[in-house]
Design a protein around this ligand. Structure first.
Ligand code: GLC
Length: 549
């Protein structure tokens, strides 16, 4: 990497979900060798970096976000040598590599948690997690009323060495994911070591999983309000498990470590908070980026989109940080399907075969327009593997194959996130659509039968495909430095039906209304769909980038 200009301020970062990107050994699960072999796809797309979701040793109780060893590779994904080879190949292609850091919790198979279980109540071993006695007679009730994000209580009771029911431990997610206690200096030490381990191997940064939960309010007070999606304060008070003041000291500690390294290594916050609270995480001595989930959560509504863009740019701008846009990831319904429903959808709830199905043509058309809007905004942007193909959510998966822990934990009420995690289609006419080897075993989640229509080899050959559009947008974005901004709204055109703004040398216009609208003067550089402009009119649910002059 030679260009060390603040690369992350405008970077397009492509999320790779290792289980589902490419399977190099034909065992039905993606792996690091598979990723390395397919990295040219990401480079050809025009991304600047990849973010890899966890590939560390894990029992996979939550798709690898239950980490048993932060400093190794799960055998199903390969070896540390494979990770090194991936880094070499990516850097050779000019792609930076960000890995996932999961500091809120580990796996219940992590050595330190096994040690804590074997040690008695009150021991130093237990102090690196949140162990507490239960409430009520015999300590039979959980220590407080917190709910797990995956349903049910956020506490699980352990059996002590004498065989009796004992203390409880805190897990904001699944019981297999005990929360670290960040009040204990040994936890800090553990993560400093992990950061250095991967930085020394050459990674360019970390996406930090649920970073806003790592510090809990003292005394772990009750909190009767469940939180899903963007977490808002209640009566001005943040929930005791989210966005506590102490998180910022931890981020500063990590930032100091990253800054010791050359080449601008970065931290990107995963924190489902409102823009003004997210902005506090990207102050100059904390993280570099934070996903804008308020933006991701919006329906296809011009007023709402415009308002959130303004609030986000203002909040981040006030602390000198870029805004980091995102429309899809491994936790939410793919935007090509989300926009195929009228109105807002539950992002993480999943869709079953008997549920109302999205209008796929409408969803994809709007998704492509939404992508042109997002990539025209100043700042950085994250893409999720498959969105460049217009891949829809898998909405007809048989319930029997579901893996998301929320499906079982909700008593089969909430289907969860498997629908956005289905293995990618690479080649329309090959077994597993080219995801695995020709003689490979069945993929870990079944691919929908019509996946071939979205396969990379099909779309590369079609100038009107979603993939060709993404490539064109990213090329133009880079050539014209569009993401450097600044953003200026075209006040005459922008309204309830239309978003129109300029960023750098490009004017972006999107029609979210019910009727065609006039296209401004200039050359159409990129169109969201081939029929976006007809007789000088921008069609419904379409967007264009126009060059000025
Ligand atoms: C984050 C991850 C999600 C995971 C959760 C618990 O939200 O993106 O996939 O389930 O954290 O680690």
């Amino acid at each position: 990497m030679t260009d060390d200009r603040d690369w992350w301020r405008t970077a397009v970062i492509y999320q790779v979900y290792p289980r589902s990107f490419a399977d190099g050994n034909g065992d039905g699960t993606g792996d690091l060798a598979g990723i390395t072999a397919r990295l040219d796809h990401v480079a050809d797309l025009g991304a600047d970096a990849i973010w890899l979701s966890p590939f560390y040793p894990s029992p996979q109780a939550d798709g690898g976000y239950d980490v048993a060893d932060y400093r190794d590779v799960d055998p199903v994904y390969g070896t540390l040598a494979d990770a090194d080879a991936l880094l070499d190949r990516a850097h050779g292609l000019g792609l930076r590599v960000i890995v996932d850091l999961v500091p809120n919790h580990c796996s219940d198979q992590h050595a330190l948690f096994r040690r804590a279980l074997a040690a008695p109540p009150g021991s130093p071993e237990r102090a690196v997690f949140h162990f507490r006695d239960g409430r009520g007679p015999g300590g039979d009730e959980p220590p407080n009323d917190w709910e797990s994000m995956f349903q049910g209580p956020a506490w699980t009771r352990v059996t002590e060495a004498d065989g009796r029911p004992g203390q409880w431990y805190l897990h904001l997610f699944a019981p297999e994911q005990p929360d670290w206690n960040w009040d204990d200096p040994r936890v800090h030490e553990e993560f400093r070591t992990t950061l250095r381990f991967w930085l020394d191997r050459g990674v360019d940064g970390f996406r930090v999983d649920v970073c806003d939960a790592i510090v809990k309010a003292p005394g772990l007070p009750d909190w009767p309000h469940a939180a899903h999606g963007v977490v808002e304060p209640v009566d001005g008070v943040m929930p005791p498990m989210w966005d506590q003041e102490g998180i910022h000291d931890v981020f500063r500690e990590w930032r100091r470590i990253l800054d010791e390294y050359d080449g601008q290594r970065i931290l990107c916050a995963e924190a489902w908070l409102p823009p003004e609270r997210v902005a506090r995480i990207v102050r100059p001595d904390e993280m570099h980026q934070a996903f804008n989930f308020a933006y991701l959560s919006l329906p296809w509504d011009a007023d709402a989109i415009r308002a959130t863009i303004d609030v986000s740019l203002a909040a981040n701008g006030a602390v000198g940080a870029p805004t980091t846009w995102v429309l899809s990831n491994h936790d939410v319904m793919r935007h090509a399907s989300r926009f195929g429903y009228d109105g807002p959808v539950e992002l993480e709830a999943g869709v079953g075969v008997d549920d109302p199905q999205p209008d796929r043509a409408l969803g994809l058309r709007r998704a492509r327009a939404a992508t042109l809007v997002m990539l025209g905004l100043p700042g950085s942007a994250y893409l999720y593997q498959g969105e460049e193909l217009g891949l829809p959510e898998a909405t007809t998966l048989p319930d029997a194959v579901r893996q998301d822990p929320v499906w079982e934990r909700s008593g089969h009420r909430i289907r969860g996130r498997d629908g956005c995690r289905v293995p990618l289609p690479w080649a329309a006419d090959e077994p597993s659509f080219g995801f695995g080897t020709p003689d490979g075993t069945a993929t870990w989640l079944p691919q929908p039968d019509d996946s071939g229509a979205f396969a990379v080899d099909r779309e590369v050959a079609d100038p009107g495909s979603t993939l060709s559009t993404y490539r064109a947008v990213l090329r133009t974005r880079r050539d014209l430095d569009v993401a450097a901004g600044p953003l200026r709204w075209d006040g005459d055109r922008t309204g309830a039906d239309v978003l129109a703004f300029s960023s750098g040398a490009v004017t972006v216009v999107a029609n979210l209304g019910p009727a065609p609208v006039a296209v401004p003067d200039g050359t159409v550089l990129v169109a969201s769909v081939p029929d976006a402009v007809v007789d000088g009119m921008l069609q419904v649910d379409a967007a264009v980038w126009i060059g000025r002059g």
